[in-house]
Design a protein around this ligand. Structure first.
Ligand SMILES: [Zn+2]
Length: 85
């Protein structure tokens, strides 16, 4: 069975007035337009940990953090319907 994935948009890291460095929405979420002009990219993910892994990959590779730590600096909009792991 294929693992279900969701196409999400990762927005950051230069957000103003936001509590975390990155914000993640479904790639079709209407709220994404609020961040027009901000850095961002789309990716397919099957878990929240996947997304954290992708965002913080370099630092995780260096061993200075792990994907679970990275979740603390990411806000997931309710439109992101993925399991933690
Ligand atoms: Zn959203």
């Amino acid at each position: 069975m294929k693992t279900p994935t969701q196409n999400v948009r990762v927005i950051g890291p230069n957000l103003r007035n936001e509590p975390t460095t990155f914000i993640v929405h479904d790639s079709s979420c209407a709220h994404c337009s609020r961040y027009e002009g901000e850095d961002g990219w789309k990716m397919d993910a099957s878990t929240l940990i996947d997304i954290s892994d992708c965002i913080w990959g370099d630092m995780i590779g260096e061993g200075s953090m792990d994907a679970e730590d990275g979740l603390n600096d990411i806000t997931f909009c309710p439109c992101v319907k993925l399991p933690l792991r």
